[in-house]
Write a protein that binds this ligand. Structure first.
Ligand code: BG6
Length: 463
């Protein structure tokens, strides 16, 4: 008997405004933090000089080509498409009193196009970008003012799209603020842990507040958080390695604990004491934090190991953070260790810890594709990766995990967040553009396109 996924399972994919839209200075859009990172999250923050370019300025030109792209995703049978709203299209500097109508109208058209094909939008309010104006004026999320400005933005889009968008996420990979503070919380330069955690605190309060506002404005809505599932295994069975692994995993679970349980976990207070961190937390903040998310969403690409003696190992670059490699796993061309069973483990861990529905909103393989002379792209390695992860997701469902859907990362090739490369491709749809920005931007179906179409058609039965 074919094993299928639950009825109504949301199959689809995920993209983000700054990695696909381009049109960086069109439609009244302001300058975002992403516009200041031409080399991606791992690169330096670079002030824009007149005439300077950033591959994301055009990206894959989704801003102008979205009707074609949505029709291709619909052809695959997508039930859900996750994308983000660029905050700077709505409030260009972040603190205007009135929103930019042209930006609002763009997302109206995009959501209408998705509705024509019955594709549910899953919308991230902030995916690795914020108005650069708020970095300059308020030191990003370090300034308390940013909380209210974010609320203003969120309220505007909840009201405008209340009939069109029933699934929302607050901040993409909120735990990444610890590793990429400019990308996550708009902090420039080398900053103290005190500053980073104060900014994180403000972002957590803002997240909780907009969850509440969202429910007030859209009664039949579901709004979740978004974590980078940075799961680590102990490198050995030494008790010291086990303890170290627990604390390394808590670093990212901290965010889920606050957003799903409504308060700071006890253990973080010891960490704050030992690192001279004294946060300014008001009584009202504590009340606000009690509003928890409806579901937990996360990205999962890889796993890694932790050790009490990390200096003994050669760490390798993973998704934004570095990890000790697991000798039992193979890695992608970019060194990300491939671990499908880790997805089942993670789903079960999150289910046990939070008892909330889960949503896989990013997973996939970044690889160099070869365009054959006849225009075909045989991406069997990508099919293999996604297949193995979906089989483990199905196992987790059998284990009793409530899984709302699966949205693989980059169903259409896009600009890499980490390295700003086009050659690191995730798509079922190929986009003709190289790392220097050359190419016609023509779209082509890869072999995985037909494969994923069949997975969706059979509700996972074909796996
Ligand atoms: C996640 C981000 O970290 O991983 C995405 O939410 C990103 O924005 C994805 O693109 C893959 O990372 P990269 O660096 O390969 O683009």
């Amino acid at each position: 008997m074919q094993k299928t996924f639950p009825p109504g399972f949301l199959w689809g994919g995920s993209i983000a405004a700054n990695q696909v839209e381009g049109a960086w200075d069109e439609g009244g859009k302001g300058v975002s933090t992403s516009d200041m990172q031409p080399k991606g999250v791992h690169g330096q923050v670079i002030e824009r000089a007149p005439g300077s370019t950033n591959i994301k300025d055009v990206a894959i030109d989704f801003y102008h080509r979205y009707p074609e792209d949505i029709s291709l995703l619909a052809e695959m049978g997508f039930k859900v498409l996750r994308t983000s709203i660029a905050w700077t299209r709505i409030y260009p500097s972040g603190d205007e009193l009135e929103p930019n109508e042209e930006g609002l109208a763009f997302y109206d058209s995009l959501f209408d196009e998705m509705a024509r094909y019955g594709i549910e939008p899953l919308i991230t309010l902030s995916h690795y970008e914020m108005p650069y104006g708020l970095v300059q004026k308020y030191d990003g999320w370090r300034g308390r003012e940013t909380i209210e400005l974010f609320e203003r933005y969120a309220r505007t889009v909840f009201i405008r799209y209340r009939e069109k968008v029933k699934y929302w996420l607050t901040f993409n990979e909120i735990n990444m603020a610890l590793h990429a503070p400019f990308t996550g919380v708009g902090l420039q330069g080398e900053r103290s842990k005190q500053d980073i955690f104060q900014a994180i605190h403000h972002q957590l309060v803002a997240s909780a507040r907009v969850v509440k506002i969202c429910h007030e404005i859209i009664p039949d809505v579901k709004i979740g958080n978004m974590l980078l599932g940075a799961i680590r295994y102990p490198v050995s069975s030494k008790p010291a390695d086990i303890l170290k692994t627990q604390s390394v995993n808590r670093e990212w679970l901290f965010f889920g604990d606050v957003q799903a349980r409504g308060a700071y976990p006890n253990w973080i207070h010891r960490y704050f004491r030992e690192n001279d961190i004294t946060l300014h937390i008001t009584e009202q903040d504590k009340v606000d934090l009690q509003t928890t998310v409806d579901f937990i969403s996360f990205s999962y690409y890889m796993s890694g190991c932790a050790s009490a003696e990390p200096e003994k190992y050669n760490v390798s670059q993973g998704n934004i953070m570095k990890m000790i490699p697991n000798p039992h796993l193979k890695a992608s061309e970019w060194g990300w260790q491939i671990d499908p069973e880790g997805l089942r483990f993670l789903l079960n861990e999150l289910h046990d810890r939070y008892q909330k529905p889960l949503f896989i909103v990013e997973n996939g393989l970044g690889a160099r594709d070869i365009l054959a002379a006849d225009g075909s792209i045989e991406d069997d390695y990508r099919i293999q990766y996604i297949k193995e992860h979906l089989i483990q997701a199905r196992e987790a469902i059998e284990d009793g995990v409530e899984l709302m859907g699966y949205a693989s990362w980059g169903p259409i090739d896009l600009v890499s967040a980490g390295t700003a490369q086009m050659s690191k491709r995730y798509g079922y749809i190929y986009v003709d553009r190289d790392d220097n920005g050359h190419g016609t931007l023509t779209r082509r179906r890869k072999k995985s396109f037909i494969w994923y179409q069949n997975v969706i058609k059979t509700n996972g039965g074909s796996l």
